[in-house]
Design a protein around this ligand. Structure first.
Ligand code: EPU
Length: 420
């Protein structure tokens, strides 16, 4: 199993490109199932989760051509298998996103129940209840969700709590339903809007994406199109924090601060200097002097993203002063804390709050990655720490960060991946 070895202490400097967003790519790939015409998606990140979704589509019968320029052409005119098996769904929960499209277009989907995961129990009851409200007959047996429908119909669906993939699944299903669907308390995440834009290019009739009520007027068929996936705001924030914790000066290209208002405000409060040039799709971030710890709590968009919580905790660990981070989305998303403590971090967990006392230094140690964003936080901690940090179970990071060690190497980090 691969490990990453980081020797900390080098301020990052240079320019790196930000990849397309994982969490916009996965629903877009699933959405291609809604048409039998060819669809081209560009700016696709080269990630393990994307490979898993392509493998799942391949099992359904999709013909997939990947080009050298981060593009993928998908032709779904021969879908013949409606099963999403346990081995794929258990490696990647977002596999559940094929349920809405398969059901809406073919009236048939058998999707393995995802089960719990490293960051919490993560039920999918809202996906199921929403599809039921649209007329689907859904049974659970043998660890599978069996969904059937002649044709889905429009419905008024209220989701509580706000769910990102739940909103996406129901949004996709509603595009081919008969009549009008209202998705209330819908997720406002930019990735939901990216999906809605893509579906609209396919001929869907959608209003209100990016607000808490999305209205969809179902159509009979959708058609092929081309779509460019938005930049990854979580990767962007992760590299901004990498610049901050190493006292670096980094230019991020192919991205902007457009969807990161609150993380940017918090980073500026902590001492990061930012120059955003949306016209050029690039951002310069730099930092000198001691960071200041910041308090924050995670919330659905436009709140502070839970996917940046672990990285921000690292910043607080080496910043001046006491600070607290509250995790409101997932009940078990502090698995990285015990690993950060191995590097000397002073963190105390009380309920869903991490209380941090900033130290001037962390010290390298062997640590273990537990989930995607936790792994990213350990890499950041290693970059900031004195000495050597060896991170094992690094496969988690390949699910969501494209060539992270190559990008960091290009910024001058002392980092290497070793096998075994
Ligand atoms: N929830 C329910 N019932 C449901 C669905 C969700 O109770 O049917 C609860 C969850 O347990 C959680 C909350 O609602 O407490 C929010 O979960 P949500 O459904 O929004 O999460 P998700 O859609 O499974 C997506 C991202 C996650 C990101 C969350 C929150 C994708 C593929 N995944 O997950 O990304 O953390 O939204 O923003 O879009 C990551 O990239 O590392 C990652 C975990």
């Amino acid at each position: 199993m691969d490990k990453i070895i980081v020797r900390g202490g080098t301020p990052l400097s240079g320019t790196i490109p930000i990849s397309g967003a994982k969490n916009a790519t996965l629903p877009a790939l699933a959405a291609t199932l809604l048409t039998d015409q060819s669809v081209h998606l560009s700016n696709i990140p080269h990630l393990l989760d994307v490979t898993t979704m392509l493998e799942l589509l391949g099992q359904h019968g999709s013909a997939i051509t990947v080009d050298e320029r981060l593009g993928v052409e998908i032709d779904n005119c021969q879908i013949n298998n409606f099963l999403a098996p346990y081995d794929l769904v258990s490696t990647m929960r977002a596999s559940i996103l094929v349920m809405g499209p398969l059901l809406a277009r073919y009236g048939h989907a058998d999707v393995s129940l995802p089960g719990g995961c490293a960051i919490g129990s993560r039920p999918v009851n809202l996906h199921i209840e929403g599809l039921r409200a649209m007329g689907a007959d859904i049974t659970l047996s043998g660890g599978f969700i069996h969904a059937r429908a002649k044709r889905l119909h429009g419905a008024r669906i209220h989701m509580d709590p706000v769910t990102v993939t739940g909103t996406e699944n129901l949004l996709m299903a509603a595009t081919l339903a008969k009549g009008r669907t209202f998705l209330e308390n819908a997720a406002k995440e930019p990735e939901v809007v990216d999906l809605a834009n893509f579906l609209t290019k396919m001929g869907a009739r959608i209003q209100g994406a990016g607000t808490s009520t999305i209205i969809i007027d179902g159509v009979d068929t959708l058609h092929g199109t081309r779509h460019r996936i938005m930049p990854d705001r979580i990767e962007t924030a992760t590299f901004m924090i990498a610049a901050a914790v190493t006292g670096g000066d980094v230019i991020l290209t192919g991205t902007s601060g457009e969807f990161l208002a609150l993380p940017i405000r918090k980073l500026q409060e902590a001492g990061l200097i930012l120059e955003d040039d949306p016209s050029r799709e690039s951002m310069r971030v730099r930092c000198s002097g001691r960071l200041q710890g910041v308090n924050l709590e995670t919330a659905p968009y436009p709140g502070f993203p839970t996917d940046v919580q672990a990285q921000m905790l690292v910043l607080n660990c080496i910043a001046e002063g006491a600070s607290s981070i509250t995790e409101n989305i997932f009940e078990n998303r502090f698995m990285h804390v015990s690993e950060l403590q191995r590097l000397g971090a002073d963190i105390q967990i009380l309920g869903n709050v991490a209380h941090v006392r900033g130290l001037s230094k962390l010290h390298g140690a062997p640590v273990m990655a537990t989930d995607l964003r936790a792994s990213a936080s350990l890499v950041l901690a290693g970059l900031a720490a004195e000495g050597e940090t060896v991170i094992s179970r690094i496969y988690h990071i390949d699910r969501g960060y494209e060539r992270i060690e190559e990008k960091l190497l290009a910024l001058g980090a002392n980092i290497q991946r070793v096998s075994g």
